[in-house]
Design a binder for this molecule. Structure first.
Ligand SMILES: [Zn+2]
Length: 68
């Protein structure tokens, strides 16, 4: 995949969560409490796996494209 910002070739990989999946939100957390209507990135892991989301990384301009 070509980077849409600089047109360099991107590297396919994954962003891994620890025990729980990462979450994206357009809002800041209030007192650390998770808000509704966010986007969970990958499924929560079980005892054998960790949550992950497929990602393309551009090492040239330090941008990532995430498929969720
Ligand atoms: Zn780039």
């Amino acid at each position: 995949m070509k980077c849409p910002y600089c047109n360099e070739e991107m590297i396919q990989g994954y962003i891994y969560g620890d025990r729980y999946a990462l979450k994206w939100s357009s809002q800041k957390l209030i007192l650390g409490t998770w808000v509704q209507n966010g986007i969970k990135l990958g499924n929560s892991g079980d005892i054998f796996s960790r949550p992950r989301v497929e990602t393309y990384s551009c090492v040239s301009c330090k941008k990532m494209i995430i498929s969720y």
